[in-house]
Design a protein around this ligand. Sequence first.
Ligand code: PXP
Length: 260
Amino acid sequence: MSPKSHLRLGVNIDHVATIRNARGGEHPDPVRAAKLAAAAGADGITAHLREDRRHIRDGDIARLKDETGLPLNLEMAATPEMLEIALRHSPHACCIVPERREEVTTEGGLDAAGLHNHLAPVVARLSDKGIRVSLFINAETRQLEAARSLGAHIVELHTGAYCDAVIARESAKRDAELARLAEAARNGAALGLEVHAGHGLTFDTVAPVAAMPELAELNIGHFLIGEAIFTGLDASIKRMRAVMDEARHGADAGEAMGRA
Ligand code: PXP
């Protein structure tokens, strides 16, 4: 992949729904946020339909697919219920994530290698329906190889450990995690996988990840929605876009996007 290729930004709108669900009504509407994200320059919308429906609800999925005009990346656990929902709605892509009821967020990558036999029919059925399949994995060679042998189109590398190291100011761990991500991005691309990354990314952590030339897409949610409280969603997405573009293409591109 060319170092100058466009790095897509997928905006995860789950936490607009978290706020909505705190009161149980219809406001704020995650579909309205997705439309705003599209207008601000997002390349895709990501939403995680969890087993416990703590944020995105079933009714959101059809509206997100039909009303936003952007490709929908549906994050889901590899369960019969979620498979049936995905096949019914046919999103552009499904990102299979590990899911535990008690977790606050997706804590680690999917064990694609250990769960090969469980995942194989899920990947096959989604692929047969023409849905691109992504596996959310830790940056490990055996997980990349398992994704390849499962026939996944995409891997999304979990950036959480890198972001945690930045927050903890552990520079050696930060550098080691970045090196792991960069190596996995290279190896994934060499295996013929499209490589995405995400989890925990902020204005302060996104640049070294965005600069990795093999990455095709970043998926970012919680920080953008939180920042929108202070600056508005349009400004928070445009600034993220500018930081990503500057990291990949240099200061001129970032400034041009920031002015847009
Ligand atoms: N990618 C995947 C697969 C995720 O599960 C999540 C969190 O839902 C994200 C990206 C976005 O992470 P964050 O909300 O921390 O930006």
